[in-house]
Design a protein around this ligand. Sequence first.
Ligand code: KG4
Ligand code: ZN
Length: 339
Amino acid sequence: MILALETSCDDTCAAVVTDDGRVLSNVISSQEVHDAYGGVVPEIASRQHLQLMNVVIDDALTRAGVTLDDIRAIAVTRGPGLVGALLIGMATAKSIAVARGLPLIPVDHLQGHIAANFLAPDPLEPPFVCLVASGGHTFLARVDDHRSFTVLGRTLDDAAGEALDKGARLLGLPFPGGPHIERLAAAGDPGAFAFPLAHGVPGLDMSFAGLKTALLYTVRDLDAVEGAGGAAARAADLAAAYQHAVVEQLTRRVARALDEAGLDQLAIGGGVAANGLLRARLTQLAPTIHIPERALCTDNAAMIASAARHLPPASPETVPGLDAYATDRAGSLAQGTPS
Ligand code: KG4
Ligand code: ZN
């Protein structure tokens, strides 16, 4: 069994997963303290991880019905993410590994999102195309084996979830905005406004920053018309058109990726995978579409354990000096196992 820790952003996570990919526990403690600020505050995230980490680990072991004596390896997210947040998970994982004489397996967070698809009871076997769209990252990968991936395209600016969150803020909706936009959009007309689809971005890369600016100007223009009720009166139409633009851009890139890769298996991950419109559109594209259950799509430690099942441990003498990394450097991203 593997005990995995994940603290790359604002969720304090621990999970116990068997070597054959069964999730015995998957504890996610979300730090709602950030909601009041409209986004994650890094210093607060680190402090919260520090307070929650041991409690969350105890909970994961208890729920799995095991003790540390049953664990054969510790896995931990090394990056990309907020460095201060990652370091809490890494310091904890190192301490347990050294104290118990267990191997430590460092895992790339993005490889984790992909490896969520390898978990029982319904593992997806490579090759497949994977879209990961969350508040922190948005990329398309080609997956040919269990330990690495090749990036086919990525957002050049905001992540898709970040675009939804920022759009929601402009519409006066709470953080995180994705689910609120989806709810409001249900009563709106997606054709009411034509928001940009980033046609100018070449290949399989994506861009969402222009979309947010377009919404800002549209809201401003609507509010400038006296007596018409302003943007608030058109909130449902704005949400529907905005959601449509995000989903349409993602769908078109996925369609092209499947076509160019010559593959018909598609997996989706990240918080935006919860979006009903996106699911419906992507289901039309691929004969096999794999969407892990929600708790495995958003940030969690079971996906980190899943990735660790296929990765080598760090050599013991390097464990104390092992550092976190903040950004997804192209090389590390492509390999999944950065040095
Ligand atoms: O993977 P995730 O839970 O966490 C991080 O990014 O750290 O993704 C969160 C993102 C947020 O931007 C949120 O607005 C978006 O996923 N999201 C959604 C939905 N549920 C969550 N976006 C669209 N539709 C949803 N139903
Ligand atoms: Zn993530």
